[in-house]
Design a protein around this ligand. Structure first.
Ligand code: ADP
Ligand code: ZN
Length: 727
């Protein structure tokens, strides 16, 4: 049934709901735009990277809109976690799938019938079941939200035939908007999703694929497990994932980690279902810190506080790398992604792919792209987003090994490169990287002697360096397109750019072998997120969270995320009122957990004479300076010309609430201090007075203080001008 004559939901209502149920004070990039399209009943395709906050885009408006939101999700495990998370936030949600008993299923059906749910999660096959379809036809629906929507496209990396059935939704439920959510970026997949679902003039919202809170580091594997252990030591007692290429390596690594006192469990397709489930739960409930896994691990894991992801070998593609490393830092707090690659990884993958019948042109191209990424010396953030067709404005990200100068250049890269390239030429471009490295290292290998290559002028030119280092330099030259591998035997050829190097016209970058290279500069991934946090309290709050998680059998991050624990350990509230001000605390969680956490915090503060109720200036630690989006910039000339919100909205064809967001960016960018062109003088005055009275902080108190008579947008604009005035 389509909703009739219902008064439209407003963005302020949604904002209020987000604050009440989720305890969040602001939207992440594109969430507002996505939500506006939802409440306007306009079909959408929303592409945001993992951790970008796609769920909130439909969950929050679903709470406010009349009727039931039907959410299609491919994985049973994911459904359960999402529904658990919604319920702990006090939202009426349920899932319906084969894991339920028939009595449980009946309960869900009854709840749907009597309009008691806001969200229902289903797998596509359950949705398309005749009984379910007729049940849904008889109730009011607010929307369909299709999660992991790329599963509908055969161009995507995870095509699921069951998803194809969804193309009948528009026929069966005309008038109900359909929203598609995915992290898969390619344009082809995006358009295929819209076409397959017959979306009508959908709003396409594509976020930035950069994950600024992730620190990337990519190193050649040169010191056995030591490189990995340095990362793990840095994250003692925190959650992390170690990916290995093979099962055997998974087992060996997990054993080794446990033997030296870390808590790790293995996860791969060779384990029984029960073992896999058990190990996964232990990770979610934080009874174990580290999961060592093959790529099989992670689909269906929403754990938000994974603080590091280590690849002990090269992944099979950049898509895989983006996805696996993307499981770190979903909560927006900084996290480390370290990749340790070896010369054999390429071959290992080829062998594995040949064995599983996955080997083809596309897979090979993907392997080559990730190989180049590993040995390249351009910013990792930049390289990753470029691969997905975007680019970053800033030259240096401040959060990768390249930009943080953790890579040391060799002293004379031109000479070393010339030696290598001339050796390739002397070998008549007939040999591969290994052989060439051996010749340069002056190896006494039988094959070299037999072919008389020990008499080449380039023989032994780099004999002061181990073969593995020379091999690495060759890869780096390939990465910078000075040489390439050609044909079935990967014979090395010198490219046009390579010849320029030989003539001294171009100098490539060549890196020294990986040493104990700790960061020299501080990472920009998120320096503010620990500011003012009492680490001791944070750790003991984690213990408390672990205990609750175990008792209630829900993942720890669903109880509270790391960002919330940090904010608690920063503010150290002593009353329920102050508890509610903490990021990530909504009313239900305040009621459920408030007393318990307050007691814990009070004990801690009393014992260590630590101050409680610390005032924190801004609600959430700021992630980045001002973020200016391209779409907002288009509105800047209009603001400069003094157009009102309504006029700008009209001339750009955007919703007014979107334009308010643009205005915020404009004010910050231009450091404007006078809000009155956009906010009525007397209202601006009231807001200013309220801010002076209540003090700086989250917006909610002002909204309440002003009895909801002025909008959040107006408060934000005035607050922003005040901040600009303070300079
Ligand atoms: P995705 O589905 O895009 O991978 P999620 O929806 O799982 O991302 O969100 C990732 C994390 O970010 C979750 O822990 C979620 O609660 C949190 N989050 C989402 N939106 C916000 C927001 N506006 N403010 C703070 N945290 C948010
Ligand atoms: Zn960088």
């Amino acid at each position: 049934m389509v909703r009739e004559n219902v008064s439209a939901t407003t963005i302020d209502q949604v904002r209020e709901t987000v604050s009440r149920h989720w305890g969040y004070d602001s939207f992440r990039p594109l969430q507002q735009e996505a939500i506006e399209a939802v409440i306007a009943d306009r079909d959408t395709v929303v592409v945001l990277p993992t951790g970008g906050g796609k769920s909130l885009c439909f969950q929050a408006p679903a709470c406010c809109m009349e009727g039931l939101a039907v959410v299609v999700s491919p994985l049973i495990s994911l459904m359960k976690d999402q529904v658990d998370a919604l319920r702990t936030n006090g939202v009426a949600a349920a899932y319906y799938n084969s894991s339920l008993s028939s009595a449980e299923r009946n309960t869900v059906i009854e709840a749907v019938r009597c309009d008691a749910l806001k969200l229902l999660y289903l797998a596509p096959e359950s949705l398309l079941n005749q009984n379910m379809l007729s049940l849904l036809s008889g109730v009011t629906l607010s929307m369909f939200a299709i999660d992991e929507a790329h599963c509908i496209s055969s161009w995507g990396h995870d095509f699921r035939p069951e998803y194809r059935g969804l193309l009948t939704l528009k026929e069966r439920f005309p008038g109900v908007a359909v929203h598609a959510y995915t992290a898969t970026a390619t344009e082809r997949v995006r358009h295929d999703i819209a076409a397959q679902l017959s979306l009508q003039d959908p709003e396409m919202l594509v976020g930035s694929f950069d994950r600024p809170n992730l620190n990337y580091r990519v190193q050649r594997r040169s010191r056995g497990m030591d490189q990995m252990l340095e990362v793990i030591e840095r994250h003692k007692n925190e959650s992390g994932i170690v990916y290995c290429i093979s099962r055997k390596e998974v087992e060996r690594t997990a054993e080794a980690l446990n033997a030296i006192g870390h808590s790790a469990l293995a996860y791969h397709a060779g384990l029984s279902d029960t073992d896999r489930m058990h190990n996964q739960e232990a990770f979610l409930e934080e009874r174990v810190d580290i999961v060592v896994a093959t790529v099989a691990f992670g689909m269906g894991i929403d754990k938000s506080n994974v603080r590091f992801v280590i690849h002990s070998g090269m992944p099979k593609s950049l898509e895989a790398y983006q996805q696996e490393s993307g499981r770190a830092g979903r909560d927006g707090l900084e996290a480390d992604c370290c990749l340790f690659f070896g010369g054999n990884d390429f071959g290992t993958w080829k062998r594995l792919m040949a064995m599983s019948g996955e080997s083809n042109e596309a897979a090979n191209t993907a392997l080559e792209a990730i190989s180049r990424f590993c040995s390249s010396t351009t910013c990792r953030h930049q390289a990753l987003v470029q691969y997905f067709g975007q680019s970053l404005d800033q030259q240096e990200c401040g959060a990768c090994d390249v930009c943080l100068d953790q890579l040391e250049q060799v002293d004379d890269p031109l000479i070393v490169a010339q030696k290598i390239l001339s050796c390739i030429v002397r070998l008549e471009q007939m040999y591969g990287a290994d052989y060439t490295a051996q010749v340069l290292a002056g190896s006494q290998d039988q094959r070299i002697l037999e072919k008389g290559h020990d008499r080449l002028s380039t023989y032994g030119l780099l004999k002061d360096f181990p073969k593995t280092v020379i091999r690495d330099w060759i890869e780096q030259l390939i990465g910078q397109e000075c040489a390439q591998k050609v044909g079935e035997y990967n014979q090395l050829h010198v490219t046009e750019l390579g010849f320029q190097v030989m003539r001294g016209e171009h100098t490539p970058r060549l890196l020294k072998p990986a040493s104990k290279s700790e960061s020299k500069k501080a990472s920009a991934a998120d320096p503010a997120s620990w500011e003012g946090v009492d680490r001791g309290l944070f750790e003991s709050l984690r213990d408390l969270r672990r205990q609750i998680s175990g008792e209630q059998g829900v993942p720890a991050y669903i109880v509270f995320g790391d960002a919330t624990l940090r904010d608690l350990a920063r503010r150290r509230p002593s009353s329920l009122e102050n508890f509610l001000q903490v990021q990530g605390v909504g009313q239900k969680k305040c009621k459920d957990y408030g007393t318990l956490f307050l007691k814990h915090i009070a004990d801690y503060c009393a014992e260590g004479s630590v101050a409680a109720d610390v005032e924190v200036k801004s609600a959430a630690p700021s992630r980045k300076p001002v973020e200016i989006t391209a779409s907002a910039v288009r509105a800047f000339p209009n603001f400069k010309a003094g157009e009102s919100i309504a006029e700008v909205a009209e001339s750009l064809g955007r919703a007014e609430s979107t334009v308010w967001g643009y205005l915020g960016q404009f004010l910050r960018h231009e450091q404007i201090t006078d809000p009155t062109p956009w906010v009525d003088e007397s209202i601006a005055k009231r807001i200013r007075e309220a801010i002076e009275e209540v003090g700086p902080g989250p917006l909610k108190p002002f909204f309440e203080h002003l009895d909801g008579e002025v909008s959040y947008d107006e408060i934000r604009i005035v607050a922003s001008c005040l901040t600009n005035a303070e300079g």
